[in-house]
Design a protein around this ligand. Sequence first.
Ligand code: ZN
Length: 312
Amino acid sequence: MTMTLPKSIFFCEVGPRDGLQNEPATLSVERKVRLIEGVVDAGVRIVEIGSYVNPKAVPQMADTDEVARAIRRMEGVEYRALVANLKGVERALASGVNKVKLTVSASESHAKANLNKTPSELIDGFKSCTEFARSNGAEVSGAISTAFGCPFEGKVPPEKVAEIAERLHDLGITELSLSDTTGMANPRQVYDLATSMQEMLPDVRWFLHFHNTRGMALANTLAGLQAGIVRYDASLAGLGGCPFAPGASGNVASEDMIHMLHEMGVDTGIDLDKLLDLARELRGWVGHDTDSALLKAGQCCRPIPRDGAAKQ
Ligand code: ZN
């Protein structure tokens, strides 16, 4: 018997949004642009460039309009942004973003704590967003956050996720992300949910989005691959862990995920050397250590890191 793995996957770099939104320091527009153009240069074909949300709530993302206008667009690359409401969609489209991602939490408490609305109320508000986006030629994607667990409610029942996925699908959204926002998913749970969601909505392009809070993100990625999921998010250098909030952790590091995939013979189209150089540069910009195994240990095929950080 051999292990069943897809031949290739689609990778989305979410560092410019999910990574940077949790950093205490805000990167300049120039550095954000350099980060986005750098990952594209390394072969990444989907980039989440930022979010259009209340700048008071997330000041790190207040300049997404400017970033979107400044990036040099490459043919065949998808530049998407996170939005929370119609105002966000309008801002995104006005600055040239052609794909918006609407997020809703599967957990009532999490949704209330974040946006003071129930998941159902949030989805009610999405109708105007999808209509506006489509009538202006933009695509819409959806994300279900806390799809595996919620810091307030614990395990989230799959029935809740299914209900939300169906409602988003009813709005004509056929690309959905299952997001493990606070790193509570385990591989068996990922396999089960990914399998049942694909059976329930076979026309949906499913993304998986893992945070590495409890060190399970790469194991969860493997479980997703085994369940046949071929779309993954990750964040360069494992950014997103806030140094002032112990326990808060970023997405799994892009370079760690890409490295694991390449080692297993799964194609990503990404130049890992280029990606690692950029991850190292990014770590320098944020000025603190990040949750990246590869930045510490180097690649299996070249185990001695250039900065000599790991010694035996
Ligand atoms: Zn996230």
